[in-house]
Design a protein around this ligand. Structure first.
Ligand code: XMP
Length: 525
């Protein structure tokens, strides 16, 4: 890509992705790489500037060292927290291991400098300008490297920021990437646009043109298949690839019988009829149901659904003899996560449904046109490609679908009840509006109904009922790793409950899930 790029080296920060987001908000392309990226790779990346992230380590104890040769590339460098400490240590300054951790809000006095010029949250009567920032550190820089000067200070941290203007090297002890640092975004944009001189050319129309050219070049006159799930990522990938190569793309839509109400019709309507994409609609629900019969264990259910899915997809793909490419809607957080996952050891809580092994068995090359995009950029792209807003801003839906929302044995009749209850819940969430015009659907990150295979007694009219229970789940989260249950208004819950019990014969009780994650997970299985 010919545009200006910022390289972010990640020293193990929890919020390194945020740095990349903030830079991209300045319409400058940025990528996150591990701190030990080889210097040749850094050179080949041709960064307009480098940002060194924070991290949990101490420069004294850790082998978290980047290659100091990056300072010889002649590009501006900004170190954040650990990044600043590593820079100070490497360039001849001194870092002291913290006796006291500093965590939380701080008011820093700032001095006139290229990085902070004109930026202040307030000015004291004596003329001192201050920034409200977020600090989180144990160690701190206690002696500047040669050629550096102090550009911000607090009492606890006399070198809260430092600069070597001649070499365009900057360090900040606080975290400009988090929203708690009120002018953090402006500071990062100042670095990227003014100090690095990067051109703000990362815009959606530019991106679409470039992505289309790249897909055409990669694929040539070969054919591509894509597994369409109805989710945002695969839908946007399909729309983009179709725009690039039209008839050379065939999508396969596997209906496992565990989709939401009218989902298959919606996907076919959108892609096949509106956009003119070739879509093979495979109704494999009978097979899935047959294989799931009698199985109550959540992990085995996931394995059955995942295995069947791959099998059906493979069978369909093999019919498309001319296909040489498998397209996937992998997005940037997936790429970063799997790079991180290689070094991290985590417990498997749930085995996620994916189609990771497919390209090898099918002998297909992988086409992943969304690999560089964050979720909100994918959504922006979807809208720019003409996909309906409601589809692009839909809540995520797990690969195994209703299979993990029907507790215990999965049956077609349970799936039907759940689909209808779920649709009522979603419709009611969408029908609300707050003073800003936002619905509860917009304000929750994920909402759905769960089918509980227990029966309870009820009374309807003059008669006794003995029917199933549905639980409603609605959560608010930014990363799906932790989540709060949504404080939906009682009146809304009451309306949903009434409608479900009245309209879905077979359900006579509705409950609301008030568990956070952790200790609960978002899905029930
Ligand atoms: P949990 O239940 O682990 O869910 O708190 C976190 C997020 O992941 C989604 N999820 C899945 N997504 N395949 C997916 O593509 C899966 O197998 C799967 N299982 C859970 C879940 O809906 C939530 O958004």
């Amino acid at each position: 890509m010919g545009m200006d790029k910022i390289l972010i080296l990640d020293f193990g920060s929890q919020v390194a992705q945020l740095i990349a987001r903030r830079v991209r908000e300045a319409h400058v392309y940025s990528e996150l790489h591990p701190y030990d990226m080889p210097i040749d790779a850094i050179r080949a990346f041709k960064p307009a500037g480098i940002i060194l992230s924070g991290g949990p380590n101490s420069v004294y104890e850790s082998d978290y060292q980047a290659d100091p040769a990056l300072f010889e590339l002649g590009v501006p460098v900004l170190g954040i927290c650990y990044g600043m400490q590593w820079m100070a240590q490497t360039l001849g300054g001194n870092v002291e291991s913290g006796h006291q951790r500093e965590f939380g809000y701080a008011e820093v006095d700032v001095l006139d400098n290229r990085l902070f010029n004109g930026l202040a949250d307030k000015t004291l009567p004596n003329g001192q300008r201050q920034l409200d920032v977020w600090m989180s550190h144990g160690d701190k820089v206690v002696a500047l490297p040669p050629a550096f000067s102090v550009i911000a200070r607090t009492e606890a941290c006399p070198i809260a920021a430092m600069a070597d203007d001649a070499h365009k090297r900057y360090g900040v002890q606080f975290h400009p990437e988090v929203t708690h640092t009120r002018l953090g975004r402006d500071i990062l944009h100042r670095f990227v646009l003014d100090i690095c001189g990067a051109k703000p050319s990362w815009t959606m129309p530019n991106y679409i043109d470039e992505a289309i050219a790249r897909i055409r070049e990669q694929v040539g006159d070969e054919e591509v298949i894509l597994g369409l799930s109805g989710g945002v990522d695969s839908s946007v990938a399909a729309a983009l690839i179709h725009r690039a190569i039209g008839e050379q793309l065939t999508c396969v839509f596997v209906d496992h019988g565990l989709l939401r109400l009218n989902e298959a019709e919606m996907v076919m309507e959108m892609f096949a009829r509106n956009l003119g994409v070739k879509v093979v609609h495979v109704d494999a629900s009978a097979d899935f149901m047959a294989h799931l019969a009698g199985e109550t264990d959540p992990e085995r259910k996931r394995k059955i659904i995942g295995g069947d899915f791959v099998e059906v997809f493979q069978r369909e793909a093999q019919k498309l003899e001319r296909a040489r490419w498998l397209a996937q809607g992998t997005i940037y957080p997936d790429v970063i996560e799997s790079a991180g996952a290689k070094t991290k050891k985590a417990h498997t809580i749930k085995s996620h449904h994916n189609v990771g092994g497919l390209p090898e068995t099918l002998n297909l090359k992988l086409l992943e046109p969304l690999r560089e995009l964050f979720k909100d950029e994918v959504r922006e792209l979807g809208v720019a490609l003409g996909l309906p807003h409601d589809m692009v801003y839909r809540h995520p839906f797990p690969g195994p679908g209703l299979g993990v929302r029907i507790l215990g044995e999965v049956r077609a009749d349970f799936a039907d009840l759940l689909r209808r209850a779920d649709a009522i819940f979603i419709e009611e969430l969408r029908n609300t509006r707050d003073e800003n015009g936002k619905s509860w659907y917009d304000k929750t990150s994920q909402a759905f109904a769960v089918f509980l295979p227990v029966k309870s007694v009820g009374v309807m009219g003059d008669g006794r009922t003995y029917d199933y229970v549905v639980a409603l789940r609605a959560v608010i989260t930014s990363d799906f790793m932790t989540a709060h249950w949504a404080e939906l208004p009682y009146s809304l819950l009451g309306r949903v409950s009434n409608r479900i019990i009245n309209e879905v014969r077979g359900i006579n009780r509705v409950v609301y899930d008030v568990s956070g994650k952790p200790p609960a997970t978002i899905e029930w299985e």
